[in-house]
Design a protein around this ligand. Structure first.
Ligand code: OOB
Length: 570
């Protein structure tokens, strides 16, 4: 592997040779590439249904052929092996066809979420040096072509904008097709895709996942979930999020010749009839969505009897919530504690209900190395809380093009510092107890405090801002922004507009503003966020006591900006 400037390898941190050899010898890395995942199923079971979207269905043969035609079309446009392509599409068959086309070409998709806006998209384009940006025309009332215009105006490296739907002055994605050709497979040790990290710093980070490592991620996840030819897997979380993508996700379901059903809208009213119609048996959910479904299941009268396995992850599923979900759906619940960086933990399908409800699973691979360390970096005994560090055959060795950050995020011997606080029990299961990273986990959607604080501090009335997580019965956490002021106090709707104008994704906007005269500080003079979180709790309790509870909450789905903030400050 050589790293030419501006190649996909430039800024990729590979595993040390010694580890790569070990993972190959142990059979974790098999030299398989993602583009071929569909080949055998298409050859053997070409007539089986691969995909369902609304009223449309694709057989394996059709999907395979569509991917080949799209790959050839992209090649005619000039896309080549190693090129990065920023993909921002909703849950759709087009997304899946595009992924396989890019994998086959050896081009590298960079997966954005539909909610990302100019701030995130422009940054991701520049960081990855993307040559192509793929968008829907209008999604959830937002015109992505407009965003593409802005991004293209500021970043000269962007050669192509492809639009799913009405392309305006751009090219229509659906028309990028040509006579299928064959390409040499990409090197399985090279990056196959770039995932977004939840982020803890001012700017999000990219995670390069190789063919070798991601194929193993998928294969091992398929095993622990028991997916097979009979599986009908429903995608309701964003199709580009690691959980729904490869844990085992739609890629896993396709790898075993199952059927993938795509839903653009996760609401029970839309999804329950789809589950009944397609006899869906497996689905991945975030906790708020699982609870919303549980609430709706009794009343809906829909036939959900086909459900066999509900995976819940992305944020902590509290113990009572776990019992509730398992009880209402009467199927197997699987807790999944994962991260785009790699490490996945699952409960087993055969685990007793008490075990499933009380932990977040165990590491997926026998080769996952897990450390639980105290603040001084010493291992804590089992049963005590410490920071989780990990390395293994599908966990990154460094963020993409982020050498400075990597010095802090990894130990010298290559362990990734997850920032999660866990307790490891004698049976090797992990219980997530909190985190030390400066992040808000809003129902599975990750918000890097520093990123939002930077934007807030740009407001003319704001002197300084601190974003903290406040516990929430529905979302798990919400984001409160504490501000010191230099002008008249802004109100929440104005702040939300201000952040939107700065191009920040809507889901990162705070749920509430709180003004303080001065900051509580820690011993070293930093803003004391613990103190602020305590203050937030106090103020919200006082408000509740005064009867100003706010409007009912709705869960985040990562697909859209569900709730617009129930309350203002003051
Ligand atoms: C998944 O991936 P990311 O990259 O969006 O977020 C990772 C972080 C973890 O470090 C942890 O802080 C939190 O999300 N998290 C959980 C959790 N699952 C993820 N915290 C508590 N309990 C859980 N079950 O969120 C993700 C990736 C693959 C599969 C599942 C989730």
């Amino acid at each position: 592997m050589s790293a030419e400037p501006n190649s996909a390898l430039d800024g990729f941190v590979p595993w040390p040779e010694e580890f790569a050899d070990r993972y190959r010898r142990a059979g974790y890395w098999r030299g398989e590439v993602l583009g071929s995942l569909l080949r055998a199923p298409a050859r053997r079971d070409g007539a089986r249904t691969a995909l369902v979207e609304g009223e449309r269905r694709w057989t394996y043969a059709e999907l395979d052929a569509a991917a080949d035609r799209r790959a050839a079309g992209l090649a005619e446009l000039g896309l080549a092996r190693g090129d990065r392509v920023l993909v921002q599409l909703p849950n759709s068959a087009e997304f899946i066809v595009l992924c396989f086309a890019l994998f086959r070409l050896g081009a590298v998709p960079v997966f954005a979420l539909p909610g990302h806006r100019r701030s995130e998209i422009a940054y991701l384009c520049e960081l990855s040096e993307a040559v192509c940006y793929v968008v829907p025309d209008v999604y959830e009332g937002f015109d992505h072509r407009e965003l593409a215009r802005e991004v293209a105006a500021g970043y000269a490296g962007l050669k192509h904008v492809l639009v799913f739907g009405d392309p305006a002055e751009f090219r229509a994605l659906e028309r990028i097709e040509a006579e299928p050709r064959a390409w040499p497979d990409p090197d399985p040790a090279e990056p196959a895709l770039l995932l977004l990290s939840g982020g803890t710093t001012g700017l999000p980070k990219l995670i390069a996942r190789t063919h070798d490592d991601y194929m193993y991620n998928i294969r091992a996840s398929v095993e622990v979930t028991g997916l097979d030819q009979g599986t009908t897997y429903l995608v309701v979380l964003p199709v580009a999020h690691n959980f729904a993508l490869g844990c085992p996700g739609w890629l896993g379901a396709l790898s075993v010749v199952g059927t993938v059903v795509l839903a653009a809208d996760p609401s029970p009213a839309r999804v329950f009839p789809l589950i009944a119609r397609e006899r869906v048996d497996t689905v991945a959910l975030v906790p708020p969505l699982a609870l919303l479904w549980a609430d709706a299941a009794g009343a809906a009268g829909a036939d959900l009897s086909s459900l066999r396995l509900i995976q819940v992850g992305g944020a902590k599923l509290a113990e009572p919530a776990a019992y509730r979900v398992a009880g209402v759906f009467g199927c197997v619940l699987q807790q999944v504690f994962g991260m785009a960086e790699g490490l996945l933990n699952f409960t087993a399908l055969s685990d007793p209900a008490e075990l499933v409800a009380g932990c977040q699973g165990r590491p997926l691979s026998p080769a996952d190395e897990v450390l639980v360390l105290d603040p001084q970096g010493r291992p804590v005994p089992d049963g005590e809380v410490g920071e989780l560090l990990t390395r293994g055959p599908y966990t990154l060795r460094g963020y993409y093009r982020a050498p400075e950050h990597n010095l802090r995020a990894f130990t010298e011997d290559g362990f990734y510092r997850t920032g999660d606080l866990v307790r490891r029990r004698p049976d090797a299961t992990l219980v997530v107890e909190g985190r030390i990273k400066d992040q808000i986990n809003r129902g599975g959607e990750k918000i890097a405090a520093a990123e939002v604080e930077g934007h807030l501090a740009a407001h003319p009335a704001v002197r300084e801002a601190a974003l903290v997580a406040v516990p929430d019965p529905v979302l798990g956490e919400r984001a409160w922004a504490f501000l010191t002021l230099r002008g008249p106090a802004p109100r929440l709707p104005e702040i939300r507009r201000f952040l939107a104008e700065r191009g920040l994704a809507g889901y990162k906007a705070p749920d509430r503003l709180e003004v303080v005269e001065s900051w509580p500080v820690t011993g070293v003079g930093k803003i004391d966020k613990r103190e602020l979180a305590a203050l937030a709790l106090e103020r919200s309790a006082a408000r509740r006591a005064a009867g100003a509870g706010g409007a009912p909450d709705r869960p985040a789905t990562q697909n859209k900006d569900t709730d617009k903030g129930e309350s203002d400050h003051g």
